[in-house]
Design a protein around this ligand. Structure first.
Ligand SMILES: Cc1cc2nc3c(=O)[nH]c(=O)nc-3n(C[C@H](O)[C@H](O)[C@H](O)COP(=O)(O)OP(=O)(O)OC[C@H]3O[C@@H](n4cnc5c(N)ncnc54)[C@H](O)[C@@H]3O)c2cc1C
Length: 496
């Protein structure tokens, strides 16, 4: 049974949606809430992706929730362990009972008269439409299209007699043992797939158009092991979290300020782990600066290991055409393959594709500006959980959840029902995400913009966000708190 009215509707039961449920229960215990989830299970990303080796590419001390210590020795964790962690959080806190599966939210209409959203969801099993009203809408829908990954058109791919699969559509029955595999791509997914598949495949070739910066870190954090010996899991987690927050921030800022120095550091790191005659500058020297695009992390140098032992190799080249037996490259080289994995990325999607209208006017999300990186100009009572691009996702989402709870409590304290970020006319804007990756550039015109100053600018800075989101004023002169409950009219005296 779907509820009729909720104080808060959370959309999405991934890492962020389950975190949002926890925060609401703890900071706004009197509020009713439910989670609408389009899929059949909890976990989002960590349930959807099933390709070989699926793992985090940032450490779990910062990708984990602040309120639930990650106790596993592995800092870079495999997908199933992360899924267990999310499910355990939901179960331990009774959040699982709040989830309505197979409910895809398709439209939300705000009415200032009613001070509420009317939300329409489509049942993915029956096609029926369900309507619910909610005072606040919390979009925890992730950032990409679940059913349509990005696959460029490859010439003559239909000629290929082997199998072609996108990692987002990987199923457990895909057999690659003893087969020749080509992985197209050079991002986080490709560098995960190559060492994992090399264990069983006859050979794995990573075919990249251009190189990516790759850094190797220990899969198990030696400092974590040490701290766990004489500290409680909670205390050790807090220390490790801050250690890694500071290390990530230092690396990011150093990359932006001293790119040549960092380039040299990363090059030497790769060179040290590869054979002496390996063409490092061909395969590991990108044309852009570190952190113009995401830097890829490999645990314990696993990618370098399989390149060194010959079970995998890299080709930096472009595809001329697919052939019956594999790929012909622009250089004239042919790659024979039985299986081609197109690790060509995601299609970004804002707020899970939900249409929005405010007081009868359709909202074009690309014309809105992000407020504090989580609300939209002119759109009342709606927040979005979007993580950092330069650090772990959950660091920002935990803070977003805290802020949303503070905001809901502040509305109650002020007797207001509506919180709307109001953008002054002429406020300068810029693209929402400042990464030059293809998947970002392809989607920027469908995403909100950001401003150049607070509170409209997305700083991607955890320490700064702690100050503004956890401790900053809610009523900052930009977020308009309005729309008090209408006074109840005294009953008319009955005519004599
Ligand atoms: C392979 C991979 C590895 C990653 N590794 C890392 C990492 O190591 N570190 C890091 O910081 N980030 C990583 N990310 C980013 C990752 O997506 C986030 O870390 C995090 O899991 C996102 O959680 P989420 O709940 O916000 O979104 P998601 O995990 O995407 O979950 C969103 C949920 O919302 C549901 N949903 C979407 N639209 C609707 C709708 N309209 N109606 C109802 N339900 C809807 C979806 O079905 C899904 O269950 C990775 C991403 C991928 C794809």
């Amino acid at each position: 049974m779907s509820p009729d009215h909720l104080d808060v509707l959370i959309v999405g039961a991934g890492l962020s949606g389950i975190g949002a449920g926890y925060h609401l229960q703890h900071h706004c215990p009197s509020k009713s809430y439910a989670i609408f989830e389009a899929r059949e299970d909890i976990g989002g990303t960590w349930d959807l992706f099933r390709y070989p080796g699926i793992r985090s590419d940032s450490d779990m001390y910062t990708l984990g929730y602040r309120f639930k210590p990650w106790k596993d020795a592995k800092a870079i964790a495999d997908g199933p362990s992360i899924l267990d962690y999310v499910k355990e959080t939901a179960r331990e806190n009774g959040i699982d009972s709040k989830i309505h599966f197979r409910h895809r939210v398709v439209r939300a209409e705000w009415s200032s008269d009613e001070a509420q959203w009317t939300v329409t969801a489509e049942r993915t099993d029956t096609g029926d439409r369900v309507t619910v009203t909610a005072s606040f809408l919390f979009m925890c829908t992730g950032y990409y299209h679940y059913s349509e990954p990005y696959t460029p058109e490859f010439p003559n791919s239909e000629r290929f007699q082997g199998e072609i699969v996108h990692p987002q559509h990987w199923t457990s029955d895909i057999d690659y043992a003893g087969r020749r595999v080509v992985v197209i791509g050079s991002g986080a997914t490709a560098v995960t797939l190559v060492p994992a598949m090399a264990e069983q495949a006859a050979h794995v070739t990573m075919l990249q158009r251009s190189p990516t910066y790759i850094v190797s870190l220990p899969g198990e954090d030696p400092i974590a092991k040490l701290l766990h010996r004489f500290m409680s899991p909670k205390a050790a987690y807090a220390v490790l979290r801050w250690k890694n927050v500071l290390a990530q921030a230092a690396f990011f800022h150093l990359s932006r300020r001293r790119p040549r120095f960092v380039k040299g550091l990363l090059r030497r790191g790769a060179q040290r782990q590869l054979p002496a005659d390996y063409p490092v500058d061909v395969h590991f020297r990108p044309k852009y600066d570190p952190w113009d695009q995401r830097v890829c992390l490999v645990p314990d140098g696993d990618l370098f290991r399989v390149l060194s032992d010959g079970s995998a190799s890299i080709e930096t080249d472009a595809i001329e055409t697919f052939t019956e037996h594999g790929l012909l490259l622009k250089s004239g080289k042919e790659l024979e393959a039985d299986l081609v994995v197109t690790a060509t990325g995601l299609n970004l999607l804002a707020i899970g594709g939900t249409e929005l209208a405010v007081d009868g006017e359709e909202i074009d999300i690309s014309e809105t500006v992000g407020y504090k990186g989580m609300m939209l100009s002119g759109v009342p009572n709606l927040a979005i959980a979007i993580g950092y691009t330069n650090a772990s996702w959950t660091l920002k989402c935990d803070l977003t959840c805290e802020y949303v709870c503070r905001l809901i409590n502040e509305l109650d304290a002020k007797g207001a029902r509506q919180a709307t970020p109001r953008l002054a006319p002429g406020t300068p804007t810029q693209p929402f995400i400042d990464l030059k990756s293809g998947y970002v550039e392809r989607a920027l015109d469908r995403f909100p913009k950001q401003g150049v100053h607070a509170p409209w600018r997305l700083y991607q800075n955890y320490a700064r966000d702690i100050l503004t989101l956890r401790h900053g004023e809610i009523d900052d002169g930009v977020l308009q708190l309005s729309n008090p409950e209408p006074a109840v009219k005294p009953a008319e005296p009955l005519a004599a």
